[in-house]
Design a protein around this ligand. Structure first.
Ligand code: HEC
Ligand code: HEC
Length: 494
């Protein structure tokens, strides 16, 4: 029997295998949430450390995933579906500890096609302090007294030790209705409530045909309707690029081998299963770039609107072209950055000149949504803006320092910045994630930002109000309650 446990066949190997059969194979470390830790085995150090609240080992046992599966598929399904309600309940408790998840739409402001946006700060305060008191404290004091709000810590994947692509239910249902392809996982469901997600399906705007408005005509664009919707609007090269963007290809959880998380052998996922209509449905994943597993970031699907004016791609990868990212997604990110497993599961190698370029050219004409209050320079038109919005703009470019990294007209400096959030908290476990800082992250653009909750690379912030409280502490701004409201009013215009 071959597994990633490459050690001499002592008695504990059998024990480790028994537990891993019970719990499912987990990346680089066994997760011991549901079973007592096995003392003395290198593989369970992360799990055991987690139980003690101690730091995980600095390196994993191996960077590789096992190629041959020891467990029969029907056993895997039985075991993981049985564990699913427990996993989901634990994660729901984690979310409820961090956030106020209630459905409270803001009045008078919607996403581009009319879905209400959620209002108010949703990150919960630690007991006994107010946001004003926190902003008066130094980062050291907040760290020392353990007062960094839990919702500002990295957000873990619904099952961090397991990871992989997870899709919101409404997308699973609509895709199935249109194409018959089923993105249900037997082991996991998507976690965040629907009211915190981008509108669905989102409108699609093209830089080349601004006269048309929403070219998706309110539909989810898939292999079933793309031709009918776009023939006569795109050139043949773009049309072929779009076809490839809506065509499924094998991936880690959705493939035809027994090492998958769909009940039936699967054709795979398409780019627009996450970047729905060139925007996002907030489908989540773990970043492929980091090992071991507990250090990997959860990642929230970014919108592809406006990638044409961007120069860096990926929250940390910093790839330099859309072509590179397109190739990288399907060959590496789909398989957690593991080319060994990619070969096993049937990686589709895209040809650079006739496929990658076509897909990139289509992505490069995806426009930001209209922002009727902005002028040519990306600033507010005083004739159209309210007093609060104008005050918010002044703060954005002045006291609140946002424009240092988010300059007009596109509200990104096309760089990465290390916000050094670890100044505010001691390293700690958050679910299966070891939180010890984020490192340098891409400055995401703020154009169209009200359309793409949740916020930050891992989706840890649910509303724009949350982002303002976050930056108020991170940048040590000491904004007043009125100034925070004004800033939110401005962000909603972008
Ligand atoms: C799990 C859903 C998912 C699928 C499927 C997917 N992506 Fe992504 N995409 C993401 C996530 C998450 C990121 C952020 C990656 C990071 O932070 O490193 C991303 C990033 C990107 C970016 C960079 C965006 C930016 O703002 O930096 C591009 C371009 C992109 N994807 C294109 C594609 C293409 C092309 C495909 C199909 C080959 C594809 N994606 C498939 C989720 C997905
Ligand atoms: C030092 C540079 C810097 C400054 C100053 C800054 N930001 Fe950011 N901003 C970033 C980076 C980097 C990210 C991505 C962080 C992440 O994803 O973890 C970001 C992300 C965001 C996001 C979420 C974007 C998304 O797509 O999820 C919002 C909203 C935002 N910033 C608003 C603001 C506001 C409002 C201010 C001023 C109060 C501000 N930022 C000041 C660098 C900065």
């Amino acid at each position: 029997m071959k597994t990633r446990v490459q050690v001499s066949r002592t008695a504990w190997v059998a024990a480790v295998l028994a537990v891993s059969a019970l719990l499912g194979w987990k990346w680089t470390h066994l997760e011991l949430d549901a079973a007592p830790p096995l003392a003395g085995t290198p593989q369970n150090e992360a799990g055991a450390a987690k139980d003690r609240g101690a730091a995980p080992p600095k390196r994993g046992t191996t960077s590789y995933a096992p190629v041959a599966m020891a467990e029969p598929f029907h056993e895997l399904v039985r075991r993981m579906s049985a564990a699913k309600p427990i996993v989901m309940r634990k994660h729901r408790e984690l979310l409820e500890e961090r956030y106020d998840l209630s459905n409270r739409p803001a009045r008078g402001v919607t996403m581009s096609r009319g879905k209400p946006i959620q209002e108010g700060v949703r990150v919960k305060l630690p007991l006994g302090v107010t946001w004003e008191e926190l902003s008066e404290m130094s980062p050291e004091e907040i760290k020392h007294r353990g007062l960094w709000p839990k919702g500002f810590l990295p957000l873990p994947h619904p099952n961090h030790a397991e990871g992989g692509m997870v899709f919101p239910l409404h997308h699973i249902l609509e895709l199935k209705r249109q194409t018959g392809r089923d993105l249900t996982r037997f082991d996991l469901d998507f976690d965040l409530p629907e009211h915190f997600l981008p509108e669905y399906p989102p409108p699609m705007y093209l830089t080349t045909r601004t006269d048309l408005g929403d070219v998706s005509r309110g539909q989810l664009v898939t292999l079933a309707n793309y031709y009918e919707l776009f023939n006569g609007i795109l050139n043949p090269k773009q049309l072929e690029g779009l076809r490839l963007l809506v065509t499924p290809f094998p991936q880690q959880q959705f493939n035809a081998t027994a090492d998958r998380r769909s009940l039936r052998p699967h054709r795979g996922v398409s780019c627009f299963d996450c970047h729905v209509n060139g925007h996002t449905n907030a489908a989540t994943h773990l970043v492929g770039d980091i090992r071991p597993q507990e250090f990997r970031h959860r990642i929230d699907t970014p919108s592809l609107r406006g990638v044409n004016i961007q120069r860096l791609f990926g929250s940390q990868r910093a790839l330099k072209t859309i072509e590179d990212f397109t190739e990288f997604e399907q060959r590496a990110a789909y398989f957690d950055g593991d080319p060994v497993i990619a070969t096993k599961k049937g990686v589709n190698v895209l040809e650079r000149g006739s496929q990658v370029h076509f897909m990139a050219e289509f992505q490069a004409i995806l426009d930001f949504p209209p922002a009727p209050k902005l002028r040519w320079d990306g600033k507010l038109d005083p004739a159209k803006a309210t007093a609060a919005e104008l005050r918010g703009q002044e703060l954005f470019f002045g006291k609140a320092k946002c424009a240092v990294c988010h300059p007009a007209p596109y509200y990104t400096d096309n760089l990465m910045h290390n916000l050094r959030t670890e100044r505010f908290y001691k390293p700690q476990w958050v679910g299966g994630r070891w939180a010890a800082g984020d490192g340098p992250i891409k400055t995401f653009t703020l154009r169209g930002i009200k359309d793409s909750p949740p916020y930050l690379h891992d989706g840890r912030l649910l509303t724009l109000e949350d982002t303002v409280e976050f930056f108020n502490l991170v940048l040590e701004l000491k904004l007043t309650p009125q100034e925070k409201k004004d800033l939110v009013a401005f962000l909603r215009c972008l």
